[in-house]
Design a protein around this ligand. Structure first.
Ligand code: PHE
Ligand code: CO
Length: 271
């Protein structure tokens, strides 16, 4: 199968583009000091990501491969689901090569190289998270056969992109969509608007999400081990069948069955 991989063309970046990376990087690194989970900061260290400029995927992949066998490859923006899953299942993380323009510094619709590489790659150094991402890719290929990609996508959204974790130092960020966003890094831990709920696999797979606003719900895990164990040990096929008969849950609804760690000011009580 065509894997959609293209050359990163690292030498094609302009000095302004490298400078944009540096601006984003230093701003986020400071923001995340006491907000991101330790594993994320460790990944930044191990991968020597503080080296100035947009990382060269070849060099980054070498370090990452030594740690957990993952590599980072460039793709031209959005790719078909099957190709995305297939790459993950083979421990290849697909990343966009373009970087946002100065006008887009705080908001852009499509993931760029800063989101993809700064946001996602550090955690791939963590052996358990690395296994989770591969299992997710395999699970995606399987979900396609059941027509249930949208439910599995919610799991990705509320863990890989917008997950929170309770680690030894308290409530911390690990989702790539949060750690690569200046505004949402502050909001996810500090705002009283969103709710923070204990992670629950089935609940998450029923929960809608919005891609154009900060989250109204964050789901909190206790550890990557627990996340991996739960998702690996559960056969999703019967779960998909069961979920087909249940209504979706809106983003601002709290159920009586939820373990609410923190109730947001905007939330409503659901059916
Ligand atoms: N256990 C899941 C299944 O049966 C696969 C999976 C593992 C999905 C880990 C996501 C994360 O389909
Ligand atoms: Co992402």
């Amino acid at each position: 199968m065509n894997d959609w991989v293209i050359p990163q063309d690292w030498s094609g970046y302009s000095p302004e583009q490298h400078a944009m990376w540096d601006t984003l990087f230093s701003r986020q690194l400071e923001m995340l000091q006491d907000r991101a989970t330790a594993a994320f900061m460790e990944g930044i260290d191990v991968l020597r990501m503080s080296k100035p400029g947009i990382p060269d995927f070849a060099e980054l992949s070498q370090r990452l491969h030594n740690a957990t066998g993952w590599t980072v490859v460039a793709v031209p923006g959005l790719i078909p689901d099957e190709v995305f899953f297939e790459n993950l299942a083979n421990r290849r993380f697909v990343a966009g090569r373009f970087i946002r323009s100065p006008e887009q510094i705080d908001y852009l619709q499509e993931p760029d190289v800063f989101h993809d590489v700064f946001g996602h790659v550090p955690l791939l150094v963590h052996p358990v998270f690395a296994d989770y991402m591969q299992a997710y890719g395999q699970g995606g290929l399987r979900a396609m056969k059941f027509g249930s990609i949208h439910r599995l996508a919610r799991l990705y959204w509320y863990t890989v992109e917008f997950g929170l974790i309770r680690d030894a130092h308290g409530l911390k960020l690990y989702g790539a969509g949060i750690v690569s966003s200046h505004g949402e890094s502050l909001y996810a831990l500090g705002s009283d608007v969103p709710s923070r709920l204990q992670f629950d696999l089935k609940r998450v797979m029923r929960t809608e999400y919005r891609i154009d606003a900060y989250q109204r719900n964050y789901f909190v895990i206790d550890s990557f081990d627990e996340l991996l164990r739960q998702t690996l040990d559960t056969d999703f096929a019967p779960l998909y069948a069961e979920l087909a008969g249940l209504a979706d849950i809106e983003v601002d609804t709290i159920l009586s069955s939820d373990r609410v760690l923190n109730r947001g000011t905007g939330s409503r009580t659901g059916p």
